[in-house]
Design a protein around this ligand. Structure first.
Ligand code: CA
Length: 416
């Protein structure tokens, strides 16, 4: 069989992680035009998608379809997210067409910007932010570290995807500095709580799912309907102050130990780019889940790499997650809670059974007792001021291509 190789009139190598099969969305501006608008990455270029869509619209070529130019000439992806699944898929087909067929070269070329010449911004106006806890290895490790006298997994863990509501207003784009949080902690040997900068500042390597096609209050989204609302995926770093968290989290869950910052990649990879990355879940037969959590509960074969000051410290595998994003969305709405365009939910820390696949320093260093050694010879239990954490990810694409998910990076600044 000779597959039709994806091609483009642009000078993008076939093995580029941002080739024609990727086409993620972001929000950008340029020095010449500081207005924030939606961009699509191809190779090391950013397409001003709204400007190109406006050419067709203004020539009367759009017909009855949604006004993509209007949706994209806005400072976030939210207007595009509101258009829903049919428009998302049609938009991707149109983008693929104009980047493949040489007839569009003259019209499109003036609207391409070098990646190095643009500023990237937070791609969505985050509506509600929820973080789940979908990795069995992560949940087991945290249980052993935080609650050594109890069973590693809480009794509800295999019956429902556990989550908590985070703080949407402190979701920041990759590259944003993170100020070390200050707060209360009380260690086992402290007679009373201590106040000050966190001394156990950590990371959590996750995927974030970007949601659109809002629903009405009182309705549910089933597992099989979830792909109509799952627009795409970001890499997400759930910065976590373990000392603050350990003292505050019983009985209502994480609060100030998490809410100071959550970083996401600037590029949102559409679910439509991850068709070849769909994999079965590892298995949910014991116990079998309730009917509302059944259906086409696919996993995603996304490979994550975590670096600390340039040293790779972990390679978590998202394919091993126990719960599917479709199940998380079904659970999120099963009580009738509506979803809004721009909702974001995190997978929870992605950890595997081996040490070098654990997605947090808490697990990698076993609560600081087994420090990591970095390339410069220094050791880390938790993060120090000046440390930079970078997470990258990729997924398999069609015909052996790689789908790049970009990166999320952030540097720790001293407490204020
Ligand atoms: Ca988390």
């Amino acid at each position: 069989m000779t597959p039709t190789q994806p091609s483009t009139w642009l000078d993008v190598p076939a093995d580029h992680p941002f080739g024609i099969d990727t086409l993620p969305y972001g929000v950008f501006s340029t020095a010449d035009d500081p207005v924030r608008r939606v961009g699509v990455r191809i190779g090391d270029l950013v397409l001003d998608a709204g400007a190109v869509a406006a050419i067709g619209r203004d020539a009367g070529l759009v017909g009855d379809g949604p006004d993509l130019a209007a949706a994209w000439q806005t400072p976030s992806l939210n207007a595009f997210l509101a258009l829903g699944r049919p428009a998302w898929t049609a938009a991707r087909e149109w983008l693929t067409e104009i980047l493949r067929d040489d007839v569009h070269r003259d019209g499109v070329s003036p609207h391409l910007h070098a990646l190095g010449d643009v500023a990237l911004h937070l791609p969505i106006e985050v509506a509600d932010y929820v973080d789940f806890y979908a990795s069995e290895d992560h949940a087991s490790n945290v249980g052993q570290i935080f609650r050594p006298d109890n069973a590693a997994l809480p009794p509800n863990w295999k019956h429902l995807p556990i989550g908590y509501h985070g703080r949407s207003g402190t979701v920041v784009v990759s590259g944003t500095d993170v100020v070390r949080p200050t707060g209360q902690r009380k260690g086992p040997n402290d007679p009373v709580p201590v106040f000050g900068p966190s001394i156990r500042l950590d990371i959590e390597a996750e995927l974030g799912y970007v949601v659109g096609g809002g629903t009405a209050l009182g309705s549910r989204v089933s597992v099989d309907e979830a792909p109509d609302h799952l627009f795409g995926v970001v890499i997400l770093n759930d910065w976590s102050a373990r000392d603050l968290q350990a003292w505050e989290y019983v009985p209502l869950g994480p609060f100030l130990g998490k809410s100071f910052a959550t970083s996401v990649s600037a590029w949102v990879t559409p679910l439509d780019a991850l068709g070849a990355a769909r994999v079965p879940l590892p298995g949910q037969s014991d116990p079998e889940v309730l009917p509302y959590l059944r259906g086409d509960a696919f996993g995603l074969d996304v490979h994550v790499e975590v670096s600390l000051n340039g040293t790779v410290v972990s390679r978590p595998e998202h394919a091993g997650m126990y719960w599917s994003p479709a199940q998380m969305l079904a659970h999120l709405t099963v009580n009738g809670a509506s979803i809004r365009d721009g909702d974001l939910f995190g997978s929870g820390t992605i950890s595997g059974p081996d040490r070098d696949t654990r997605g947090s320093l808490l697990e990698l260093t076993w609560n600081g007792t087994e420090p990591l050694t970095l390339a410069d010879g220094s050791t880390r239990g938790f993060l120090e001021d000046g440390d930079t954490v970078t997470m990258t990810a990729w997924a398999p694409g069609p015909d052996g291509a790689r789908i790049g998910l970009g990166e999320v990076t952030g540097t720790i600044r001293p407490a204020r």
